[in-house]
Design a binder for this molecule. Structure first.
Ligand code: SF4
Length: 71
């Protein structure tokens, strides 16, 4: 049985660039020179999925989404 895989996606229209997500999940999210998030490509490491969920629910603009990746 395969484990679910997840990716983080930012809605660039909703995001205000305050950077809360990058503070909570620096392993996956960095900030560009204007403070907007840059999400590392690829799947979120299994050990970071819970922290990714925390970053999602902490986003004040509901601009960060954790998407399940289907094979
Ligand atoms: S926490 Fe949400 S609104 Fe703030 S920078 Fe991250 S994605 Fe954008």
């Amino acid at each position: 049985m395969s484990r679910s895989r997840f990716r983080l996606v930012v809605d660039p229209v909703a995001c205000d660039g305050a950077g809360v997500c990058a503070e909570l999940l620096p392993e996956v999210i960095s900030l560009d020179p204007w403070g907007f998030p840059i999400v590392a490509s690829g799947d979120v490491a299994p050990g970071l999925v819970d922290m990714a969920r925390r970053a999602v629910v902490s986003c004040p603009r509901l601009a960060l989404h954790l998407v399940r990746v289907d094979d």
